[in-house]
Design a protein around this ligand. Structure first.
Ligand SMILES: Nc1nc2c(ncn2[C@@H]2O[C@H](COP(=O)(O)OP(=O)(O)OP(=O)(O)O)[C@@H](O)[C@H]2O)c(=O)[nH]1
Length: 368
């Protein structure tokens, strides 16, 4: 579905922004109605014998494959983390006494699920308190205590993105190469459109030409305006996009940016400039600065959150590719060590596979 988003520059190829913008290209979306089929229906062959009337039978329609609900996709998406965590915990929660050996094993399990030391220590302390308070004796009762602890820890990250206070609400996306920024923009555009909001995309990843083209092609197919430039720099594209959005009374602007590593200081400076220029185009904007994180990087996600937060002042996170990893526990590490609202999580490549983060659903999908 997102095959056109496939690309990939190497991080070291990332150059400073190009100069000399060529004129703005704009893709709006006249969706072509599909042309009517020209296939002729097959003529039935003439029967040689008149058959006896058969009893009326209602033809059985082949069942269309049922679309999975979000809960099912979330569960399927988190299966790797659940398998790892669940299998280890199943042993612990099997029964027997709650003792120090059990707590020690629990500590190992939490650490190997990429929760990090501070979150693991916090959870152990919290679980111990719950055990004492509830007077729990048997290991089988520990599961609920841990679920409650984890939910309480990550619940503060559940702050849904509210775009209602601004028109346009400008959302800027940042992240390292291949984290899923461009893909997430497509999914977010769909998400906001489904809420009846108008969306405009700023093809601010001017480093990778394919990113611009992919975004424009996607915009055409999905009736979303894309503002792009041949060459030019990211800040200029975002500036033009915001002016266009203001003139057209658009609800949401999604600004893409090129991937960069936090260690590439000149590129971090460049993205700071993009943010400043957005504020010039529309004072107070961007209203949301999102870091897109690939869940596969586990504990490294924390380093990225800290670095991008220092550079840009993050207001939200998107955690993608939870379906491909057993490192879903990193959410607990973020919650404990550097909390930034987790706006959306991605559990697949489909358009519907990005949804607002709900702590309770996440924990249920992880444990049950
Ligand atoms: N399985 C899975 N794949 C995903 C998810 N989100 C994104 N991807 C894939 O990750 C790859 C990279 O995504 P992009 O959106 O191109 O990443 P990007 O951050 O824009 O990359 P750069 O432009 O290089 O910085 C694509 O093949 C996506 O289809 C997800 O939630 N699950």
């Amino acid at each position: 579905m997102f095959s056109f988003f496939k690309k990939k520059p190497k991080p070291e190829d990332l150059a400073a922004p190009q100069a000399a913008a060529t004129p703005i290209a704009e893709a709006t979306a006249p969706v072509n109605p599909s042309s009517p089929s020209t296939a002729e229906p097959l003529a039935p062959a003439a029967p040689a014998v008149i058959p006896a009337p058969a009893p009326a039978v209602t033809p059985v329609e082949p069942e269309a494959p049922r679309k999975q609900s979000w809960t099912e996709r979330l569960k399927a998406g988190l299966s790797k983390t659940r398998d790892k965590l669940g299998k280890s915990l199943a042993g612990l929660f099997g029964g027997g006494k709650i003792d120090e050996d059990l707590y020690e094993e629990l500590e190992t399990v939490l650490l190997t699920a990429d929760m990090g030391v501070p979150a693991t220590m916090h959870l152990l302390k919290d679980v111990r308190e719950r055990v004492t308070l509830r007077g729990l004796k048997d290991a089988s009762e520990l599961k609920q205590a841990l679920k409650d602890s984890l939910t309480e820890l990550i619940a503060p990250l559940q702050i849904p993105l509210d775009t209602s206070g601004h028109q346009p609400c400008v959302i800027m996306l940042a992240g390292v190469n291949g984290a899923g920024k461009t893909t997430s923009i497509g999914k977010l555009a769909k998400y906001f459109q489904s809420q009846g909001k108008s969306v405009l995309l700023a093809a601010g990843d001017t480093f990778r030409a394919a990113a611009r083209e992919q975004l424009m092609a996607w915009g055409e197919r999905n009736n979303v305006t894309v503002i792009a430039q041949q060459g030019g720099d990211s800040a200029a594209v975002c500036y033009d996009a915001i002016q266009a959005a203001v003139a057209r009374k658009i609800d949401i602007v999604l600004a893409d940016t090129a991937g960069r590593l936090p260690t590439q200081l000149h590129l971090m400076e460049e993205i700071r400039k993009v943010k400043r220029v957005i504020d010039k185009a529309l004072p107070g904007a961007p209203h949301e600065v999102i870091l897109v994180l690939d869940a596969n990087i586990g504990q490294n996600a924390l380093t990225q959150v800290k670095a991008f937060d220092d550079a840009l002042g993050l207001t939200g996170l998107i955690l993608t590719k939870l379906d491909g990893t057993a490192k879903g526990g990193v959410i607990a590490a973020i919650a404990r060590e550097h909390p930034v609202p987790l706006r959306f999580i991605g559990v697949g490549e489909g358009l519907d596979d990005l949804r607002p983060f709900l702590a309770r659903d996440y924990i249920d999908a992880l444990f049950d």
